[in-house]
Design a protein around this ligand. Sequence first.
Ligand code: SAM
Ligand code: SF4
Length: 333
Amino acid sequence: MTDAADQLIDGYGRKLDYIRLSVTDRCDFRCVYCMAEEMTFLPRARVLSLEELATLGETFVNLGIRRIRLTGGEPLVRRDIVSLISKLAALPGLDEVTLTTNGSQLGRYAQALKKAGLKRINVSLDSLRADRFAQMTRRDMLDQVLLGIDKAVEVGFERIKLNAVVMRGHNDDEVLDLIHYAQQRNIDISFIEEMPLGQISSHNRQQAYCSSEDLRQIIENKYPLISSTDTTGGPSRYYRIPGKPGRIGFISPHSHNFCASCNRLRVTAEGRLLLCLGQENSIDLRAILRRYPGESDRLESSIREAIKHRPEGHQFSFDDQPQVLRFMNMTGG
Ligand code: SAM
Ligand code: SF4
C-alpha cells in the first residue's frame, strides 16, 4: 500500500488515483466525432507491448493509483487484452480494472473478461436505429453491439454503463429511447457532450452541440430527475428517475468544466502520459521504459516530476482549429 505521503498529488492539491490506459489507437469503427474516415494507425512497434502496459500498471499502483480503465481506440481489437486484464486485476492495492468498449466484440469476449477480473464495463451506444448507428459509427454493426450488451448483462458484471455522445440533429431525439433501453436491462447510461478533439470534416461541432442541460429538459418533460450523490470516480453527474432502475449521468466537458476535481491521468497507446485531456502537455513514458528496462525507480520519479507540472485545467471552444489536434482514439476516452 502507498503511504499518504507518497500519493500522487499535483500542484493544485488534486489527488490522482485513477488512470485511463489506452491499449491501442486502432478501431473497427470510425465514429464521426472521434476519427476521420481515412485513418493511419500507429505501426505496432510504437504501441506499448503487453509487458510495457503491465509494468506501467504496476508502477502507477505503486504510486497510489486505485483504478485503471482500459480504453483506446477499441481495446477489444487487441488480442492480448484478456491476459492484460488478468495481470492488472491481480495487482495488490488496485481496487478495480474497468474497460470502455464499442461493444462490437463483447459477444465473443464478455465471459473471458469477467473471468479475468473485470468488474465494470462501459459500452458506447449512440443510437438504437440501424441507419443512424451506421451513420454515426460509419459501420453497419448495431445488431452485433446489441448482442454484445446482452451478453455482458448475462455474464453479470458488477456494473454496466452505456455511453452516448449526443449530437443535435443526429441522435438528440433518441435520448428517451436510450434511457428506456438501459432501464429494461437495469443498467446505467451517461450522455456525453462532444469534445473538440482532432480536426474533423464530417460535421460542424458547434451546430451539433447539444448541452447536458438541453437533454435534462427533454428528460424532465417526461420524468422527474432526482440528483444523486453517487459517483463512480469519473466526471459523470448522476440522477435517478424515482421508481425506475439504473442511473442517468451527464458528462459535460463544455457546460460543466470538471477540471477542479479531476483525479485522472491518461496514457496514450504510445505511452505518453497526458497531464490533461484538453491540453497537449505530456511526457514520454515509452522512451523511459525502453531505454531503462527494469528501472522502476526512474519511471516513478519521472511520473512524480511530471505531475508537478499538471495544468490547472482546460476550456473547450468551437474555434475553427481545435486546441488539441490528437483524436479521441489517441487520447484514450
Ligand atoms: N472504442 C471505445 C468506445 O468507443 O467505447 C473506447 C474508446 S472511445 C475514444 C471512449 C469514449 O469516448 C466513447 O464513449 C466515445 O463515445 C467517447 N468519445 C470519442 N470521441 C469523443 C468526442 N470527440 N467527444 C466526446 N466523447 C468522445
Ligand atoms: Fe472507435 Fe470508440 Fe472512437 Fe468510436 S469512439 S471510433 S468506437 S475509438
